[in-house]
Design a protein around this ligand. Structure first.
Ligand code: NAD
Length: 305
């Protein structure tokens, strides 16, 4: 990873922080994206101690707000010359229904729209790297879920496990459609399940019942954040899934879903190409992006209505 620049969201705790530390040790230049300044400073200090020679920087944004995603992308484009790897990792589950200022249910906004919009806004820069990778952190929680296009944004009520499962299904559908669109370029896109991990997942902002339920499961069956980081690091750094090496083509893996560093089949719903295309079109409309990749720079009226 020496000489490569990695942008990683949700990097100030849990799985993301472990991934950042591993990639920093491998010599990558890291741009962390966090939300909480105190945790951000602590993450910076930890990474600089663990990998003193690595370049580690941080940006702050609330990724559940599309204006913040746009501000972050503009900042990255202005200040980071080259982006070799984008890791969309920030995500959460919420037990109460709430809308963002864009009028989107917050799980859908954070777990899907932020992945979609940040990737779209950074795509041209990623294409300029000799071999770039996009890694989307999804989940086995997608199994059993289907998207409800009559209320895709969750505005009318989805929350908790239902909203979370749908958002993670959206991560896989987004990845496969993105990989299709990137065919023939030097950029690959893959997604993964990290395992059930004893991170802060399920804690911030939730009531006692969800915290207790997830907390008990974590004690019983969860793996460590370090273990959970492995498949993300594999997809971000392993030559096995690269696009080029030493200037020559190697087997470039793209559009796949991984667990335990191996490609596995996601659910039938996650393999439905028509749903993936429709999700893309709807997401572009919600984000105010034109279908040719242009950016109208505004939320589509339907998102707020
Ligand atoms: P975590 O709660 O420890 O970390 C989540 C990260 O996302 C934190 O750094 C947090 O600051 C960031 N984040 C949350 N809301 C944000 C916002 N509005 N704006 C910007 N950043 C925000 O949880 P984790 O387990 O490390 O989760 C990382 C990813 O792994 C998520 O996408 C999650 O869905 C996925 N995942 C986790 C598990 C698990 O068992 N923990 C299982 C499958 C998938």
């Amino acid at each position: 990873m020496i000489g490569k620049t990695v942008v990683i969201t949700g990097a100030t705790s849990g799985i993301g922080l472990e991934v950042a530390e591993d990639l920093a040790r491998q010599g990558a230049a890291l741009v962390l994206v966090g939300r909480d300044r105190q945790r951000g400073e602590a993450a910076l200090a930890r990474l600089r101690a663990a990998a003193p020679h690595a370049s580690v920087d941080i940006r702050y944004a609330d990724l559940s707000e599309m204006a913040e995603v746009r501000r972050l992308a503009a900042d990255l484009l202005a200040t980071v010359g080259r982006i070799d790897v984008l890791i969309n990792n920030a995500g959460a589950i919420f037990d109460r229904h709430a809308l963002t200022s864009d009028g989107l249910e917050r799980t859908f906004a954070l777990n899907h729209m932020a992945y979609f919009l940040l990737t779209e806004l950074l795509l041209e820069r990623l294409k300029q790297a000799p071999a770039a990778r996009i890694v989307n952190v999804a989940s086995e929680a997608h199994r059993g879920a289907t998207l409800d296009f009559s209320d895709l944004t969750g505005r009318n009520g989805a929350k908790g496990r239902l909203a979370y499962s749908r958002s993670k299904l959206a991560n896989i559908l987004f990845t496969s459609e993105l990989a299709q669109r990137l065919a023939g370029t030097s950029v690959t896109a893959n997604c993964l399940h990290p395992g059930f991990v004893a991170s802060r997942f399920g804690e911030p902002g939730n009531g006692w019942a969800m915290r207790l339920g997830i907390g008990l499961l974590k004690r019983l069956i969860a793996i460590t954040p370090e273990e959970g980081a492995k498949t993300i690091v594999f997809l971000a750094a392993s030559p096995e899934v690269g696009a080029t090496t030493g200037g020559s083509e190697v087997a470039a893996v793209s559009g796949r879903y991984y667990a335990k560093c191996r490609a596995i089949e996601p659910s039938a719903a996650a393999r439905d190409a028509a749903t993936a295309r429709r999700l893309w079109d709807e997401s572009a409309r919600i984000a105010g992006l034109t279908t040719d990749g242009g950016d109208r720079g505004m939320a589509a009226p339907a998102a707020a209505g």
